[in-house]
Ligand binder design. Structure first.
Ligand code: TMP
Ligand code: ASP
Length: 238
């Protein structure tokens, strides 16, 4: 990253680092590391950070244009962008349109079954606990956020689904499922969509071949991760 030493590192996750850019802004840097199964499987791929930054930027810009409040502000360098500072709500919001991944394992169903409506699930964001699933009532009773904020989170998650699913459908790609994170903006205390939207955090399937264009390629040893991510970039024409 350019002038790395100018910024204080606030947080380092498995695939990103977050720096303090200013009192109200963060610098989000995408690493080349990849992990799966709560960090049990680990790897590194040259250019992965750059690729995920590019895809995430593209989706955040699309959502911003559609009027959603995301943390993305502007490009910084190859691996990083400047974002609104959102105080993290420690939840992972999973939206599923088709069965896949942990849903299939949990309920013993085959993958690729289309749901009649999007399923919204929640996990507590806590690596030590392995991000356990959590119910809406437990979220409220543990005061992780209040009811209004939770309803807003669900509303935004469904809007993201409508916008991205129809955009990707035009590119012959199915948005199978994805994970979102939210924060409270330091500036105006509004709920904002934070984190990333990338093939690390979504499942994208080619509509005709059902081939994965996402991290399942790495999770399930189905081929080269960079080839899959670059194929996605090609399909998005970005
Ligand atoms: P899952 O089927 O493993 O629960 O994953 C559902 C979606 O959430 C999938 O698109 C991958 C994404 N995801 C993350 O972004 N981070 C995670 O830690 C997990 C478990 C899933
Ligand atoms: N992101 C999680 C991990 O690093 C899980 C996953 O995406 O499969 O372990």
């Amino acid at each position: 990253m350019k002038n790395e030493k100018r910024f204080d590192l606030l947080y380092e996750g498995k695939a990103k680092k977050v720096y303090k850019y200013s009192d109200r802004k963060l610098l989000v840097e995408f690493k080349n590391d990849v992990t799966a199964f709560n960090g049990i499987k680990k790897g590194q791929y040259a250019n992965k950070g750059k690729i995920n930054k590019k895809i995430s930027t593209f989706f955040f810009e699309l959502l911003n244009e559609e009027g959603l409040n995301t943390h993305y502000l502007q490009d910084y360098d190859e691996n990083s962008f400047i974002a609104k500072w959102g105080e993290l709500i420690p939840l992972e919001v999973i939206v599923r349109n088709y069965t896949a991944g942990s849903f299939c394992k949990r309920y013993g169903v085959e993958k690729g079954i289309k749901f009649d409506y999007p399923l919204v699930e929640f996990s507590l964001k806590n690596d030590d606990l392995g991000d356990p699933m959590i119910t809406k009532d437990a979220i409220l009773l543990l005061k992780i956020c209040n009811k209004e904020i939770l309803e807003e989170i669900v509303g935004i998650s469904n809007k993201v689904n409508n916008i991205l699913s129809s955009f990707l459908d035009n590119k012959n790609i199915l948005l199978v499922d994805y994970k979102l994170e939210f924060g409270i903006s330091k500036t105006d205390k509004k709920v904002i969509l934070i984190d990333e939207i990338s093939p690390d955090t979504c499942r994208f399937w080619d509509k005709n071949t059902m081939e994965s264009l996402d991290k399942d390629v790495y999770r399930e040893d189905k081929g080269d991760l960079i080839n899959a991510y670059e194929a996605l970039i090609g399909r998005l024409a970005i």
